[in-house]
Design a protein around this ligand. Sequence first.
Ligand code: HSE
Length: 412
Amino acid sequence: MYIAVMGYGTVGSGVVEVLDKNHESIVKRSMQTELELKYILDLRDFPGDPHEAQMIKDFNIILNDDDIKIVVETMGGLHPAYEFVSSLLKAGKSVVTSNKELVAAKGYDLLSIAKENNVNFLFEASVGGGVPIIRPITQCLAANEINEIAGILNGTTNFILTMMIEENMSFEDALKLAQDNGYAEKDPTADVEGFDACRKICILASLCFGKHVYPEQVETQGITKITLADVEYASSYSAVIKLLGISQRISDDKITAFVCPCVVKNFSQLANVSDVFNAILVRGNAIGDVVFYGKGAGKLPTASAVVADVIDCAKHTARRKFIGWGEGDKDYVADHRQLNCALYVRATVADRDAALSEIKESLGEVTVLTRNGAPEDEIAFVTGEQKESLLREKLGSLKNVKPCSVIRVADF
Ligand code: HSE
């Protein structure tokens, strides 16, 4: 059986490296006599690369070659990835992708095309890098109704926050280090503004709750406004700040889905997930909480998930694997602020005593936090649990308190 790889960047070259390195066992596990890489599509030249002879620049060579049964898409971006993948599926080829932007925006379309053409469209690497999560949700947790899913879904931001928490490193230095390590997206805005985590929670929510969730339906906030002051206050509260993607079932026709930084108590399994690691907590009605943990970004961890999908495609040439979800719906995602939570607040105040009494009168009892070297006019506290929209409304109407930072406190 012949395969092709489209996109020879970090992940694509990792896929080729894993295919080379573990060739014998991969062929054996694919239940094929051979699994041969025939083409690598990339517009760039790679002089001296051991696979130079397989490099091509014309997509139609792959599309029109009947020998090619499986194509790996590691180009990233929406276009031309969408046009290429849909043409390949229509031509009866299975496609494996690590491209979360593609799956989050076009997953329902592509899964439907794959179904019509009786081929596979697999995307294990699109969420959690090397962490197995798509297959466990579809297969191992199939007996459960899933009620909630919450995860540290972006390695770059988790790495940055870890450096800020543990090394007191500046945001810029930590981002530069993440880029040097090959974790960040081409444009790191997608990481630090939460868009990458947004795409991943869309995929997970679609898979867990059964209807396509689009990125536009997911309120998304990144980590660019998190300061070392917030990190210190969280630490005094025995907690850390993590960027989480969260989705909860409200009813069969309503869910929440959002991405935001959260204050996570140290006892939570998610609090101890550091560096580039990802962790995804799934709350099922039979299993309870289960957490999937591992390297969420990087060349070989991501390639590991892609190649596992290639093996699965090779094993399922005659019969399609069932994986998918239904069409999206514009009213499907409800405002998560209608649910209860506690909030961490850092604010400036002119008169501390007046501010504290106003806070208590309006919000009820709060836990006041401290940090070394805090300016005189700064206050930080954690509220009790109330409907989030109401809490924010009350905060906004305080006369003696100007909130600078308001962060949700996670409850797992
Ligand atoms: N930029 C992504 C991350 C890569 O940091 O998690 C893996 O999707």
